[in-house]
Design a protein around this ligand. Structure first.
Ligand SMILES: *Cc1c(COP(=O)(O)O)cnc(C)c1O
Length: 371
């Protein structure tokens, strides 16, 4: 203990760019989703909880109405077990040579999109809990409808042999962010068909799940017995129908301030020049830290509660802010984005400045930003 303390004399000091996650916001969002569906709520914490920290988001969600966890790969599932989380966890996208044996031993449920995956899981061990995964209209993950009946029969066979237990059927909607899109009804119909085929094969999966964030908010017919919600838990609503609580704040210290004359070019390519004499502030983060370079010309940050334009090209490691005649000192903290309560830019604004979606902003914050 003493030796440890000598090596780590105090808490880590965060002097550089810093990302803060408001778990109270995650709690409030989770409660809202739990109240929106009569089914169970799976907290999807893939991609490190959409960049918000998988374990913290998972624990918060499980204390506020979620009963399941969902991730993409087994590699994302195991750290949740290592952190002591015991709730059921589903992993839905794995290569054929994934470590299915460890998944089974760690009670990680597995989505099965193909015969090959079923066979690999059966070879890896006894007792896997599986969710048969149907492509409900995205031509992405999940079995094609033409392969579905054979997959259901094979899964039933494996179940009778005691190799696996089929606990779920899952699909995913590609256009749920546009509630009026007729492809949503087509996806629901295909999912209902998939359940019928599974039943006709003798399967009785208690869990049937199709809806993610947008469908949970806008399409009760898609709810079935469980919703898989990721973006919504961290305050992102792809359907733009519901007020959620954004959970992420990104700040950076001012590391330089300089007075420049009218006509002074700034940054790579001299893409921007000062139209007048002004003050420029330098922030030590750039596109390697997740600030999209494409937001050039539109992006803003907040200093002392006032918004200022990011000027010149966004570099890998730094950006320049035109603060005009505002008084700004080295060492102050700029807010790159936050929930917007104090007028600062939001993740939604950064996404629109970069012509992308909020998901890409929050999952793209680089590893050298302190959490
Ligand atoms: C990412 C993902 C989700 C969660 O989607 P959100 O829109 O973020 O709620 C659900 N299911 C699958 C299969 C996913 O890949």
């Amino acid at each position: 203990m003493n030796a440890l303390m000598a090596v780590h004399p105090g808490p880590v000091r965060r002097r550089g760019p810093s990302l803060t996650v408001d778990l109270d916001a995650v709690a409030a969002n989770t409660k809202l989703f739990a109240a929106r569906t009569e089914g169970a709520l799976m907290a999807v914490v893939k991609a490190d909880g959409f960049g918000h920290g998988a374990v913290g988001v998972a624990r918060t969600a499980l204390s506020n109405g979620a009963s399941w966890l969902g991730v993409t790969s087994i590699d994302e599932a195991l750290p949740l077990r290592d952190a002591g989380l015991r709730a059921p966890v589903l992993s839905w996208l794995n290569p054929l040579d994934a470590d299915f044996a460890t998944a089974i031993g760690s009670r990680v449920d597995l989505a099965v999109p193909s015969r090959e995956h079923l066979d690999a899981i059966c070879r890896a061990g006894i007792g896997a809990r599986i969710h048969l995964q149907l492509d409900t209209g995205m031509a992405r993950d999940g079995a094609a409808p033409s392969a579905w009946a054979a997959l259901c029969r094979a899964a039933r066979h494996a179940e009778r042999l005691g190799s696996v237990s089929v606990v779920g059927v899952m699909g995913h909607l590609g256009c749920a962010d546009e509630p009026a899109d007729p492809d949503n009804a087509a996806g629901r119909t295909r999912f209902a068909w998939g359940i019928e085929v599974a039943r006709a094969s003798g399967l009785r999966p208690p869990l049937r799940h199709l809806a993610a964030t947008a469908a949970t908010l806008t399409d009760p017919l898609s709810h079935h017995t469980m919703s898989r919600v990721g973006a919504g838990l961290v305050g992102i609503d792809p359907s733009h129908t519901t007020v959620l609580s954004p959970a992420m704040t990104l700040t950076a210290p001012v590391v330089g301030v300089r007075r420049v004359r009218a006509g002074t070019p700034v940054g790579y390519g001299h893409a921007w020049s000062a139209p007048r004499a002004t003050n420029l502030a330098l922030l030590p983060l750039g596109y390697a830290d997740g600030l999209p370079r494409a937001s050039y010309g539109r992006a803003e940050v907040s200093l002392r509660g006032v918004r200022h334009q990011v000027v010149g090209r966004i570099s890998m490691d730094q950006v320049v802010v035109d603060v005009g005649e505002a008084t700004v000192a080295v060492g102050e903290t700029a807010t790159v984005f936050g929930p917007g309560h104090a007028g600062e830019p939001t993740v939604a604004e950064w996404a629109s400045w970069a012509d992308t979606i909020e998901h890409e902003i929050v999952t793209g914050i680089g590893s050298r930003v302190a959490r």
